[in-house]
Design a protein around this ligand. Structure first.
Ligand code: PA5
Length: 412
């Protein structure tokens, strides 16, 4: 389902494998982390499925996820990878994400909510916050709850709060009769995709949660081997001498998966000399970044993420167009894309630009679940090699504290 190749990482294979071998004690410890075992946690799935069944009875036409960072990036990543970025154009329930406090962006959600409610249709407001006190999330939630309350006397029936047990948000939800879903205490935001944080909204959209979790569970087993993709991947990231780690995903619908991973790596390892993760989309960004990637400083390691496409589209046969670009007529777009991928890899190789490859043979729930599990385990192992805590984010807490201080002063 997923193949990881690293022969062009420009690091001797022996060195990668011996570093991975040194990780054996850490690999053994991995299964003691709750976030690594979530895919096998039947209780979480049962509770989430019960909540999904209950809320589906309301026949909602719109799901609004209010959350930021680890509280929405994973959901968006899976939704777009499996349903497409343009899901809302032709499908229901629609899904919208309120993350930052951008009034222009929020207005679109407000209008969609108003349209839905005025037509007598229902929606779900899913507020997600582990701490229950993130400024952006709570501000947006208050605004959107207000919209809901103006249209529905029984607003509480349409609200789901996903948070830590006994957080301030939890207590408020109990008081207001909102439905509640618990985030396990020991699972941090960026590792929480397989908790109700991701499972509830994704299940509401009809995504096959069991398949997602099956993929993750199978990958967990593969990653408990020092020769597996997590330990070798972590060793490469540890051994390489570059500053930037570009995830170059050759699928438009995988952009948010790239952004989910960007947060995972940045927050988990950004505490020492580490890689700066970036996201590029193929082939789009070849037309904006390739000059820099191939001609600029030798400061990047690239991971090409190459996937199977679910649809087949053929270029028609118009002979006169052959004069514009030869050899395109009657070709499938995915074959053209793979020619571009191959061309890009060759150019990287010629320019001695190091790269690894992650291949997804299929783009389905099982493969995406497996990919996310792999990246979470790889990141924990990398953090161990770097001797940093993969689960905290002290600098993020710092900005949150400062923002709250300024708001308290009343100058904004
Ligand atoms: O991964 C993390 O811990 C952070 O990115 C958080 O998810 C983000 O800051 C949102 O926090 P919370 O879920 O507490 O609202």
């Amino acid at each position: 389902m997923i193949t990881f190749k690293y022969e062009n990482a420009l690091i001797p294979k022996g060195k990668i494998l011996s570093t991975a071998k040194k990780l054996i004690p850490e690999i053994k410890k991995l299964i003691s982390y709750e976030c690594v075992n979530l895919a096998d946690d039947d209780k979480i799935l049962r509770i989430t499925e019960a909540a999904i069944a209950m809320k589906k009875r309301l026949n909602p036409q719109l799901i609004v996820v209010v959350g930021i960072g680890g509280s929405n990036l994973g959901t968006r990543a899976v939704q777009e990878a499996l349903l497409g970025k343009q899901w809302n154009l032709n499908n229901t329930p629609k899904i919208m994400y309120a993350d930052t406090v951008d009034p222009d962006a929020l207005q679109c959600i407000i209008e969609e909510m108003q349209n839905t409610l005025r037509q007598g249709k229902q929606l779900i407001l899913d507020v997600v916050s582990k701490s229950g006190t993130t400024t952006e999330t709570i501000a947006n939630f208050e605004v959107l709850l207000n919209v809901l309350k103006r249209h529905r006397k029984d607003a509480e029936n349409y609200v789901v709060a996903t948070t830590d047990k006994e957080s301030k948000l939890w207590k408020l939800a109990v008081k207001n009769n909102f439905s509640l879903l618990e985030i396990p205490k020991n699972v941090g935001g960026r590792y929480s995709i397989f908790t109700p944080v991701g499972l509830f909204p994704l299940g509401m959209l009809g995504i096959d949660l069991k398949e997602l979790l099956k993929g993750a569970a199978a990958m967990k087993e593969d990653c408990l081997d020092a020769k597996g993709p997590a330990a070798t991947g972590a060793s490469i990231l540890y051994l390489q001498k570059r500053n930037i780690y570009d995830n170059f995903l050759f699928s438009t619908d995988l952009e948010s998966l790239g952004k989910w991973y960007r947060q995972l790596l940045a927050e988990s390892t950004g505490k020492t000399k580490c890689l700066t993760p970036t996201v590029s989309i193929g082939s789009t960004d070849l037309h904006s970044m390739a000059q820099l990637y191939l001609g600029g400083p030798q400061d990047k390691l690239t991971n090409f993420v190459i996937t199977h496409f679910n649809r087949t589209i053929k270029v028609p046969y118009y002979p006169e167009y052959n004069s514009l670009v030869e050899n395109l007529q009657k070709k499938e777009l995915n074959h053209i894309m793979h020619a571009i991928v191959q061309g890009t890899k060759t150019a990287y190789k010629k320019g001695k630009r190091p790269y690894t490859e992650t291949h997804l043979d299929v783009k389905n729930a099982r493969a995406i679940g497996a990919y996310m599990q792999l990246k979470m385990m790889e990141t924990i192992l990398l953090a161990k090699l770097l001797k940093v805590n993969p689960f905290d984010q002290p600098a993020v807490e710092e900005y949150k504290k400062e923002t709250r201080r300024l708001l308290k002063k009343g100058i904004y």
